[in-house]
Ligand binder design. Structure first.
Ligand SMILES: Nc1nc2c(ncn2[C@@H]2O[C@H](COP(=O)(O)OP(=O)(O)OP(=O)(O)O)[C@@H](O)[C@H]2O)c(=O)[nH]1
Ligand SMILES: [Mg+2]
Length: 249
């Protein structure tokens, strides 16, 4: 039987403490990223980790690469901070297809969270939304089966007017439930690929953003390119069925 390969590249973004590292661990099926509840806590630098799975169907191999990022600061998330994180995490994957997963905490969601999310989308222009899935952690706090109704009741209409591509995650769930959540996210990523006709996100599509930002992004991209050239790439050790930590970017 022919082996089919699926490869997903996910970049987790969002405010400090929103649950990015916990979500990364749920996706990989292994605790590779340090979370606030573990020793070490807050994520300070970009980290990439990969899991290769061979299970969903006979003859199918699925690779999930996750990049965990330092959170945007609670009080002063600057445009520069967002540019640095997004460019550094995305540039190394060119020309592969990546999907941004913007993580927000459902429990304790505030107006500030909404405004930061809005700033993120505005910073990167109208194309960004087509490459972004919003993921709400704290699914264990949602009591009703109809998430949309409950999210709408708690957050108001604003969020849904911006984006309808979202998913709810419970990072405290059982391993089986975490796997099912992961499959749901991967299906959403396939939709994102289809919407974009598999054309990868590139920083060229930022032409419509303003002059200042375009220059800042270009500068950052060439900085990352230079770093990448100078850095000897570490061999990624992959292990079927296991998540392995690859490198700190
Ligand atoms: N109840 C519940 N707690 C969660 C969930 N996801 C994450 N948490 C908790 O939220 C806290 C923050 O999680 P992290 O994964 O460290 O958040 P982060 O976004 O990586 O944080 P920074 O690296 O500081 O930006 C931890 O105490 C997690 O255990 C969830 O789905 N449900
Ligand atoms: Mg973290």
């Amino acid at each position: 039987m022919a082996v089919s390969n699926e490869h997903y590249r996910i970049i987790l973004l969002g405010k400090c403490g929103s649950g990015k590292s916990s979500t990364g661990n749920s996706l990989l099926g292994e605790d590779n990223f340090q979370t606030a509840s573990g020793v070490g806590g807050v994520t300070m630098e970009l980290q990439r980790s990969v899991a290769v799975q061979k299970e969903r169907k006979e003859g199918q191999r699925r690779t999930i690469e996750v990049t965990d990022t330092p959170g945007f600061s609670e009080t002063k998330a600057t445009t520069q901070e967002m540019v640095t994180t997004v460019v550094k995490s995305a540039t190394v994957y060119r020309p592969e297809f990546i999907t941004f997963v913007y993580v927000m905490k459902f429990n304790g969601y505030t107006r500030h969270d909404f405004l930061m999310y809005k700033r993120f989308l505005e910073t990167f222009g109208p194309d960004m939304i087509r490459y972004t899935i919003t993921l709400f952690t704290g699914g264990d706090y949602l009591k009703r089966k109809n998430h949309r109704d409950e999210l709408e009741r708690l957050m108001g209409q604003d969020f849904f007017q911006l984006s309808s591509n979202y998913i709810v995650f419970d990072n405290t769930a059982s391993p089986t439930d975490k796997k099912n959540q992961t499959y749901r996210l991967l299906d959403k990523i396939k939709d994102v690929q289809a919407v974009n006709s598999k054309k990868p996100f590139t920083f060229d599509i930022l032409e419509r953003t303003d002059e200042y930002l375009r220059k800042a992004i270009k500068r950052k991209v060439s900085e990352v390119d230079k770093d990448e050239k100078e850095k000897k790439p570490k061999k990624a050790k992959t292990d079927v069925g296991k998540a392995v930590k690859v490198e700190v970017i």
